[in-house]
Design a binder for this molecule. Structure first.
Ligand SMILES: [Zn+2]
Length: 54
C-alpha cells in the first residue's frame, strides 16, 4: 500500500488536471469540491478548491 503511487500504478492516474489544465499530469490527490471529490495534481492539492473549475 505504501508504494501505491509508484511504478505502473501511476500511469492509470494520468489525466488532465481540472485545476491547472495541464495534460498528462498525475492526478493523485483528492480534493472535495461541493459534494463531490475530484482528483488534482500535486501542484493543485494546496490550491483553494473553490478556484477549481469542474
Ligand atoms: Zn493541477
Amino acid at each position: 500500500m505504501a508504494k501505491n503511487f509508484r511504478g505502473k500504478n501511476i500511469e492509470k492516474k494520468r489525466g488532465t488536471c481540472p485545476s491547472c489544465g495541464r495534460t498528462g499530469v498525475k492526478l493523485l490527490h483528492e480534493v472535495k469540491k461541493d459534494d463531490k471529490t475530484i482528483m488534482v495534481c500535486k501542484i493543485c492539492k494546496s490550491v483553494d478548491p473553490a478556484k477549481i473549475k469542474v
